[in-house]
Design a protein around this ligand. Structure first.
Ligand SMILES: O=C(O)CCC(=O)C(=O)O
Ligand SMILES: [Fe+2]
Length: 407
């Protein structure tokens, strides 16, 4: 008589437990997500990590910046449901951009290994920049099965089960900033991220007036969320991101700069929530930004679009295209730099230096970037005003076909 032995638990080697998806995101999408993260990121949940979660975006006046994530979440969920054969079963539990900065690592673990993480069924990690070029270290390794390690390449994604068939670790990042988009999927609808996001969006993004700039100006969260601490020292992430690109925050007017030096604010960090300007060496840009995050978003946009701006400039000087620049003066003065506590050397060490940052900038390009950023934000806001009523009536976030009538 045949005996039926209890089957051993499946191992990673013999089951479909993970899949690498090369080139899942386009280079342009990686750059767009990098722009969002470097404009909006806050101190992460672990040391040496900066993160941008979707609820954070929705709660800080940047609900429109959720839009680039929507098709990616959908495509990743389809890929996970199809590979793990669990069609129409999954909800997104968490979506976030994560920077693993110098010193960041995580030891062997599975992603559902804590009582409060049991709801996680699958993980998806998309890499937004490149091992070797943008950072050193930071390989993803699995204890068992194939592929046994993943070398991050911009655009590649890896999907895996969140249980103990995928015990994994990330080697320490020794230089630069390793950027990922991480999602967890759950079968338990009570952990669905969408209702939380919709609740924030319905509080902040329901009214839409075309050309209302206030509707896309970011609102800073509490200052401590931007404090990156490292070995007894630290810096404000907003200042550090500006500094890495060669800019600094300046007082909003000469009057202000006098009062700033005469009567410094109790906590200078609070100045980052108030109107200010930006400068570079002896130059001060004439535009007054609503707060530091507004300025940072424009500077990061300028950095994202730098190659396009340079080629536009060449075309313009060649006479083939006329670009209308708004007039914004640049003053040559030492313009008071805000007295902010920012350990610049440490910021440079933690984030490394970015590629393709010119030491000399064309202020005309910053003016053009500002106009392009306004158009970009306006367009996303307009799209959100079409999508949001559909999302609210469905209770989920999905790509809406704009040609379909609103429900
Ligand atoms: O970023 C990766 O490669 C994996 C991240 C990870 O293991 C985690 O966040 O739990
Ligand atoms: Fe993990």
């Amino acid at each position: 008589m045949a005996t039926t032995a209890a089957s051993p638990p499946p191992t990673a080697a013999e089951d479909n437990v993970r899949l690498l998806l090369p080139g899942f995101l386009s280079p342009e999408t990686c750059k767009e997500l990098e722009f969002v993260h470097r404009s909006c990121g806050t101190a992460g949940y672990r040391p040496s990590v900066v993160s941008t979660s979707l609820p954070h975006l929705a709660a800080t006046g940047c609900g429109h910046l959720l839009l680039p994530f929507v098709p990616i979440r959908e495509r990743l969920r389809d890929a996970v449901e199809s590979f793990f054969s669990c069609h129409f079963d999954l909800f997104v539990e968490f979506t976030g951009l994560v920077s693993w900065c110098k010193g960041a690592s995580i030891g062997w673990h599975s992603d559902d290994n804590k009582p409060y993480l049991r709801q996680r069924a699958f993980t998806a990690v998309c890499y937004l920049n490149n091992h070797g070029k943008d950072f050193k270290g930071g390989l993803l390794k699995f204890q068992d099965g194939e592929p046994s390690s993943v070398i991050p390449v911009a655009g590649d994604a890896v999907i895996y089960t969140a249980d103990n068939r995928n015990v994994h670790c990330v080697d320490e990042v020794t230089e630069g900033e390793r950027l990922t988009l991480t999602l967890w999927f759950t079968r338990d609808s009570s952990f669905d991220e969408d209702p939380k996001l919709l609740s924030f969006l319905s509080q902040t993004s329901l009214s839409y007036e075309p050309a209302d700039q206030n509707s896309y100006i970011p609102l800073p969260a509490s200052d401590n969320m931007y404090w990156f601490s490292y070995d007894q020292s630290g810096f404000d992430i907003r200042c550090a991101r500006m500094h890495i690109l060669g800019f600094s925050f300046r007082a909003s007017s000469d009057e202000d700069s006098k009062s700033t030096s005469a009567a410094p604010a109790d906590d200078p960090i609070e100045l980052l929530g108030k109107p200010l300007r930006i400068g570079r060496a002896d130059d001060v840009f004439g535009k007054i930004f609503a707060n530091s995050l507004h300025a940072l978003q424009v500077v990061q946009f300028y950095y994202w679009k730098a190659p396009e701006l340079a080629s536009r400039r060449n075309q313009t000087t060649g006479g083939s295209e006329t670009v209308c620049y708004p007039t914004i003066q640049v003053q040559r003065s030492s313009g008071t730099e805000l007295p902010l506590p920012c350990n610049h050397g440490l910021a440079q060490t933690i984030f490394g230096s970015y590629g393709n940052v010119d030491s000399v900038i064309e202020w005309d390009d910053v003016v053009l970037a500002l106009a392009m950023w306004e158009n970009y934000s306006e367009e996303l806001k307009r799209k959100l005003s079409i999508f949001l009523p559909n999302w609210l009536s469905n209770g989920t976030i999905f790509v809406v076909d704009p040609s379909e009538p609103t429900q």
